[in-house]
Design a protein around this ligand. Structure first.
Ligand code: NI
Length: 372
């Protein structure tokens, strides 16, 4: 079987057995088997993850390639012959393709080892589940002795044949917050005896929208979204409490901590204005994906003729690849894989253009060679 057929077959086989984070047993067994058929002995890491190393002909740098393994808690609604065989589970983000590409690159290096240095492949569980499987991989020593790391993500909105690889910010810090206003409820006809949590919460939601428009530099992108507001029970009752749930997306650590402080400050100030109290919890999510400039530039310069690199602003989604990038130099690439009929990532109709897969293999292969 030629390598492209093998690649597509791996992707389709993996697509049929999606599993949730930390439960990737069948996926792990498939990968272990595929690697061992290629003469590669993989070690278990992070319980359901795998690590495998291919030494070169002479000592040198070690470069890691990372692929995520987990699917999503979603029932697949496509007509594909190779659709999910696991009810309520789906590879709706492209991680099946990431694993298949990493396998293909591993086979290529196994058949033809690098002149010097070594390549390490990291198959990582639980990317979709905060706090993310990357931390488990790192705790298990996956980055020990690694000089540089690369990874990529298929992007269904982006045309096949295009990719984004910046020196700098690729994806955002994605944090969450929860605010509870503790007021004093009472009779709707007697507001003077209450602290109206609905009013205070409403003022606060409006006030929070001034953080991005009036407190943060316009040159440093940020999003503050209040996604949920829960309060009250009846028309003639003034609510005792109100709960606001939201998310914050930022690119710089500076703006991230500024916004966390502003939320705290505004919540307590607005509540105090009415004699009430606000309780704020702010939970940092995945850090921003910031590519190392040297690695990104070296990788990009090796891609001539293989892909069209396009300029694209950072996307405000999150990825736990950032945990690796915060420890060693590396770069993350976004690879266009737009199918004829496009559906967003995490949709039950999601699919990718498989023509992007051999392109991704070539990009990863060249990246490793350029960095060794
Ligand atoms: Ni993903």
């Amino acid at each position: 079987m030629d390598w492209k057929t093998h690649l597509i077959e791996d992707r389709r086989n993996l697509h049929q057995i999606p599993e949730l984070g930390h439960e990737e047993h069948e996926t792990q067994a498939y990968l272990r088997d595929a690697l061992s058929q290629g003469g590669l002995d993989a070690h278990t890491v992070a319980k359901t993850g795998l690590m495998v190393e291919i030494p070169g002909r002479a000592p040198g740098a070690r470069v890691a390639v990372r692929a995520e393994m987990d699917g999503l808690p979603l029932g697949e609604d496509t007509e594909l012959a190779f659709r999910s065989r696991h009810p309520g589970r789906m590879h709706a983000c492209g991680h099946d393709g990431h694993m298949a590409m990493a396998l293909a690159v591993a086979r290529r290096f196994q058949a033809n080892p690098p002149q010097k240095g070594s390549v390490r492949f990291l198959f990582q569980p639980a990317e979709e589940q905060h706090p993310g499987g990357a931390l488990d991989m790192i705790a298990d020593g996956c980055l020990d002795g690694v000089d540089r790391i690369i990874g990529l993500h298929l992007q269904s909105p982006m045309p096949t044949g295009q990719a984004v690889l910046h020196a700098g910010a690729m994806m955002a810090n994605s944090d969450r917050f929860r605010i509870v206003i503790h007021g004093r409820g009472g009779h709707a006809s007697e507001p003077e005896a209450t602290q109206d949590a609905v009013l205070i919460g409403s003022q606060l939601v409006a006030q929070l929208q001034t953080i991005v428009s009036r407190r943060v530099p316009a040159t440093d992108p940020a999003v503050v979204t209040c996604g949920a507001f829960h309060a009250g029970s009846a028309a003639n009752i003034i609510a005792d409490t109100a709960e606001i749930l939201g998310t914050v997306r930022t690119l710089s650590a500076q703006v991230q901590s500024q916004i966390a402080e502003e939320i705290q400050h505004m919540a307590s100030t607005v509540a105090a204005l009415y004699g009430a109290q606000a309780e704020v919890s702010y939970t940092p999510g995945y850090p921003a994906v910031i590519n190392n400039a040297e690695v990104a530039n070296l990788w990009a310069s090796s891609l001539d003729g293989a892909i069209q690199l396009v300029d694209h602003p950072p996307i405000m989604g999150g990825e736990d690849f950032s945990h690796y990038l915060n420890r060693i130099p590396g770069a993350f690439l976004l690879l266009g894989a737009r199918p004829q009929q496009y559906f967003p990532h995490h949709s039950p109709h999601f699919t990718i253009d498989e023509d992007a897969l051999p392109i991704g293999v070539e990009l990863l292969y060249r990246g490793v060679l350029a960095l060794l």
